[in-house]
Design a protein around this ligand. Structure first.
Ligand code: HEC
Ligand SMILES: [Cu+2]
Length: 379
């Protein structure tokens, strides 16, 4: 099966370093894994059983029938019906067997069971947003052990592909339609101790969280990898996220609740979190460099032209409109490729993003009437 081959190719360089990888394949993390690996092994060993003796025989013939230079070649036009039937029918039977075995697993993977736990997945250049319902969105995929889980997937731009090597699951995400995939995770994530997590947090202070280096999420869970497996542009290789498998539904519910709203985090901090979590960082830098979209550094309070030729001041209303209806006013020199976040960011979320934009803008004016009466940190 393709997932197995690709997972091997992808994990090979990190094979020895990664504790999630057995000798040959990633951990068997879902109910599909055993089946897929079995079919893979079946095909591999049948191929080896033919390849090795054939090559050995060929090399043996090379030496056995070697002739001196200049010897005239003889014609060998003879025919052996039994031999020819054997080498045609034998392999055909084996091929059909491989096909049937592969199809059985394939059909199983195609059909989500009734009553699966449904999570929305949105793919975009270049990241992922999972929709847990009730306005809770997060780039990480959080699911429950032994619970059949279905992903309802869509793309805002080009074709992406969800690939979770440990689950042996992969499916394309195509713009303009919903695609579905499902799996039943069988291995739960572990959580490291609070002290260990605090240590890691300290190490990575001031930088973004390095999943590869720490091998746990910012909340301290071990995780499986989720990659984009369809080349989709410049930052395709960074289109990765973590899959965390919770022990019980109650654990997942608690996690969703904790991530559903700002809680007692300040607006500015929440805005920064949303910037990182909701994919803005894929298109907008905060260091002044131009990516797919304009940088957020010193954006708030500045002025620039629109594609219509009009001049636009970046204020609260304009930012709000840019997030909810990005195509209404397009910045001159940019393509109208930003997805709308309508229905995905609450009023509080948008106000938090505005607070964050102000905090990284020199020219941000004093808080206007619309902004929260929160103390402005003038750095
Ligand atoms: C797929 C890339 C992409 C993503 C993701 C994205 N944007 Fe944009 N954004 C753009 C582009 C391109 C523009 C400029 C063209 C336009 O105005 O639509 C833009 C424009 C903007 C503007 C107006 C900027 C200006 O200079 O006037 C704001 C504000 C904005 N985005 C906020 C956000 C926020 C907040 C997020 C995350 C919640 C986000 N964007 C996610 C591509 C993106
Ligand atoms: Cu992609």
């Amino acid at each position: 099966m393709f997932p197995a081959i690709e997972s091997l190719a992808m994990t090979f360089p990190t094979l020895l370093a990664d504790k999630n990888v057995d000798f040959w394949f990633p951990t068997q993390g879902s109910s599909f894994a055993e089946e897929v690996d079995w079919v893979y092994d079946l095909i591999l060993y049948i191929s080896l059983a033919f390849f090795v003796p054939m090559m050995a025989f060929m090399v043996w013939c090379l030496f056995k029938y070697i002739k001196a230079r200049g010897t005239k070649a003889e014609s060998q036009l003879s025919h052996h019906t039994t031999l020819e039937l054997t080498w045609s029918i034998g392999p055909s039977v084996l091929l059909v067997w491989m096909f049937v075995q592969g199809s059985i697993s394939f059909l199983d993977m195609r059909t989500p069971p009734e009553g699966s736990y449904d999570i929305g997945l949105q793919a975009f250049k270049w990241g992922w947003t999972m929709d847990y319902g009730n306005g809770t969105f997060h780039p990480e995929l959080h699911i429950v052990k032994d619970e059949p889980t279905k992903l309802s997937m869509r793309s805002t731009d080009v074709i992406h592909s969800v690939f979770i090597p440990a689950f042996r699951a992969k499916k394309d995400v195509v713009p303009g339609r919903y695609n579905y995939m499902w799996f039943k995770p069988t291995v739960a994530s572990e959580k490291i101790s609070d002290e260990e997590l605090a240590k890691l947090k300290k190490q990575s202070e001031g930088t973004s969280w390095d999943y590869d280096k720490h091998q746990v999420t910012p909340e301290g869970y071990t995780f499986f990898d989720l990659y984009c497996a369809e080349y989709c542009g410049t930052n395709h290789s960074e289109m990765q996220t973590a899959v965390v498998v919770h022990e019980t539904q109650a654990d997942l519910d608690a996690w969703i609740k904790a991530n559903s709203s700002r809680g007692d985090v300040s607006m500015e901090e929440w805005g920064a979190l949303l910037y990182a979590r909701r994919g803005c960082s894929g298109c907008h830098s905060v260091d002044g460099s131009k990516l797919v979209g304009p940088s957020f550094k010193d954006l708030f309070g500045s002025q620039h032209g629109l594609t219509t030729g009009e001049n636009q001041v970046v204020d609260e209303n304009y930012v709000r409109e840019s997030i909810l209806a990005p195509k209404a006013k397009v910045v001159a020199g940019y393509q109208p490729v930003m997805p709308s976040y309508k229905g995905q960011l609450s009023d509080d979320d948008i106000a938090s993003i505005i607070a964050y934009l102000k905090s990284i803008s020199e020219s941000a004016p004093t808080p206007s009437a619309e902004a929260e009466p929160e103390e402005e940190s003038a750095e």
